[in-house]
Write a protein that binds this ligand. Sequence first.
Ligand SMILES: [Zn+2]
Length: 240
Amino acid sequence: MLRKCSLSACACLSVVCCFCFVAVFAMPFHALAARGLLDAPSLPTDDFVAVAIPDSIFERMRNVSFPVSKAAAAGVRRSDLRYLQILHYDYEGQVRRGELVCHRTIASALLDIFRQLYAHRYPIASVRLIDDFGADDEQSMRANNTSCFCFRAVAGSKNLSKHSRGLAIDINPLENPCVKTRNGRTVIQPVTAGPYVNRQKAFAHKIDRTDLAYRLFTAHGFTWGGAWRTRKDYQHFEHR
Ligand SMILES: [Zn+2]
């Protein structure tokens, strides 16, 4: 009798386990991330931490922000990248967990900068991997998403962006667009950022030389795209 019950319980448990396994692994990784279910054993749980790219994160990136063959041809390696988790305040003053992928050489600088931004309650709208936007920079910028690594060319050019090596980061891109002139026409990225092109106007979340993010990034050796001559990329900070 006891033996029969034991087998029966075991069978039930197996069914439940199978169901849970299928339910969790059938979900796309970005859905797990959005639900705050990123705390698998191989993932960090600290508030500000940088680790080698965990397998589950790389699966989100593979052939999205990290096109495997193109990256290999350009000498961009997974082992050169780091996965960061940080905390930040959003525009509503809520604390949120953000995630970034960057080059290993700037990981500690970014952690330090984001710790200080958090300590000063600096508002950042969103900090999600660009893979959640299909590695579409325009969509990520329209969503006002702060992001770092994405293997891609500079818009309108064949040159690889510093983002391709994880050496550039875009902060609050909606209020801090990239503005340039092409064939006599002004090009704004994201295209929805028209109200924020005039930098003489006062508005919230504007990055200028008095801004805390500007001061922290430049103090850590980053250059600011807002200081460039031919195009102004107010959201962009990059490192050599
Ligand atoms: Zn950028």
